[in-house]
Design a protein around this ligand. Sequence first.
Ligand code: ADP
Length: 349
Amino acid sequence: MPVFRRIKSMARTTTTRLALSYLAIIMAMSIGFGVAFFFTSDRALHRQEPPPERSTSSSESIDPDDRLRLRDPIVEAYLRQRAAEGRHELLIRLIGLNAVALVLGGGLSYYLARRTLRPIEVNMEAQAQFVSDASHELRTPLTVLQTTNEVALRKPKLSETDARDLLEHNVAEVAKLQALTDGLLRLARPDKKLIRTPVSLQTIASEAMNGLIPAAQSRHIRIEDNTPDINVFGDPAALTQALSVLLDNAIKYSPQGSTITLTGARSSRLSEVSVIDHGPGISPNDLPHIFDRFYRADQSRSHSENTTADGYGIGLSLAKKIVHQMDGEIIASSTPGKGSTFTIKLPAA
Ligand code: ADP
């Protein structure tokens, strides 16, 4: 995919630039220390050299033996030669050390630059993936809208009933698109600060049920609310939203006339609320993925003719995001053909 390739090549260029900056700092320090060391050592070497002829002759404080030795031209030449050799050797060693610093520093700089930029690269890739998935999901309902409208326009005459059907279909598709964009916005929005206050699971359950009673009634589904009056810590509005996702799915995927049960339990650390349905269940292959963004079990996709089971695979990922933000857990268990149980666990209040 070109966008991912672009991110990779951008990451490579930025890594190289950052590595070169790190290397420049390392080398500036290494060369700086090298030069300082060289001049300090050079001064020390100078001190070992014999003093110039005129200073020795005029100096009274030099020991006479030393004066003899220092005056010896062979010793003088020898000492000068040793000092020059020492300086040369020091210079070679310092150049060698800097070459080693260049090689090792280059490797270290690249490693550090890679480590610094990796999380940014991962983030950018995730964002690009999200945009690509979202565009893909948006394209399907838009294509459906376009095709049905074009087919209707091609008809020489459109009866009032046909026009009404078309409009109803369009309104339903637009409503689904709206639900999808709402969900996408909520998923993409940077994490909003959620409040943490003691809230009763019973309150959350009845709030979630209120919004979904019409959907349940239209499918003759009975909701049995056995949620205990247990307090948990969390954001009431966000928790209602998470539980609504579970309840909405239970209604969508359960057969007409079946019963959905809401239940809960208290524990010392985490208290829980569960939604139990008698729907088709989820296959063991799908179960580990249902909380992934845009994941829909094949079974649900093939049921897309059934408008009640329409969805885009973002409900559960949104619920998971909310519950995790509140240090809770969300789990699903299912027996294919028998039904599913979704449980939200939250810090007990
Ligand atoms: P959506 O329901 O919009 O497709 P979700 O993220 O809410 O997206 O769910 C992901 C998938 O998990 C669904 O497509 C469906 O295959 C499966 N699923 C979720 N809840 C249930 C349930 N109660 N019974 C059966 N399958 C379910």
